[in-house]
Design a protein around this ligand. Structure first.
Ligand code: 9D3
Length: 246
């Protein structure tokens, strides 16, 4: 069975398979055509009950922006979940969520069905969030205009991990090629080079031309460690200090 994504959004066009959108190209499109994944975007607006099809309203307590209303979100989730027998893991894309990391992506890739809820506006009424009790996920500490692009990022990261999604040329997800540090941490990749051997007077590092695969592997690991220390020391740091016992 393919993994099934259901996306609930007021912008379902962002998930179209044609004309090619973000997920209708490259690895996700090939995975879809191979039957490894299917996705269905549902417009939350189709579940509004008022004549103006309003999905949002002004915030209690005042302030800027609009809040997505409970009823259309709840009815959309219930209707979409009933379209398939498999239980859906509910995921709300929100700046308040837990950070999306590769271990979380790997966990999500084992699920038969993911229901992604993407909000626009300031946010969604907290009461329907509590009733849905979704996993809340953020893709990073920057401000998007809505959850849709975050949903696309999550889908791309999950889809490329599905068995059979990567072609022969592409390095795999849990790949043997991804550099691992002395403490088992994931490291940044080493630099890569291809022909010509000299470009604009810049030479390819001599070691890569040596044919000595042992020394090449050691050099690449050292490059990965050095770059990780310089650019992402947080990846090498151990767990944060525990507070001392009282
Ligand atoms: C400027 C508005 N913000 C007030 C403090 C709140 C806010 C609401 C909704 C900010 C962004 C959004 C829309 N973003 C998402 O829905 C979102 C998101 C993001 O903005 N960054 C990283 N991950 C995610 S996941 C969903």
């Amino acid at each position: 069975m393919p993994i099934r994504f259901d996306i609930l959004t007021t912008f379902p066009e962002m998930f179209a398979t044609e004309p090619p959108g973000a997920l209708a190209l490259s690895i996700p499109d090939r995975a879809r055509r191979a039957g490894l994944v299917e996705w269905h975007a549902t417009n939350i607006r189709d579940f509004t009950t008022d004549k103006h099809q309003k999905t949002d309203d002004r915030p209690f307590g005042g302030g800027p922006g609009m809040v997505m209303s409970c009823q259309p979100v709840w009815d959309a989730v219930c209707a979409v979940e009933a379209m398939d027998d498999r239980p859906a893991t509910r995921v709300l894309l929100t700046p308040q969520g837990v950070p999306l990391t590769q271990p979380l992506v790997e966990e999500l890739a084992t699920m038969p069905r993911l229901l992604l809820l993407a909000g626009h506006y300031e946010g969604i009424d907290e009461r329907v969030i509590r009733k849905l009790d979704p996993m809340e996920v953020s893709i990073g500490d920057f401000v998007l205009s809505g959850g849709e692009l975050a949903a696309i990022v999550l889908m791309d990261a999950v889809i490329r991990l599905l068995p059979g999604a990567l072609g022969d040329g592409e390095s795999a997800g849990q790949d043997s090629f991804s550099p691992i540090g002395p403490g088992g941490q994931r490291l940044l990749d080493c630099p890569h080079y291809t022909r010509p051997r000299v470009w604009e007077g810049e030479e390819v590092p001599e070691i890569l031309l040596s044919g000595d695969h042992g020394r090449i592997a050691a050099w690449r690991l050292e490059q990965s460690l050095q770059r990780t220390r310089e650019r992402r020391p947080d990846l090498l740091a151990g767990p944060p200090d525990q507070p001392p016992p009282a």
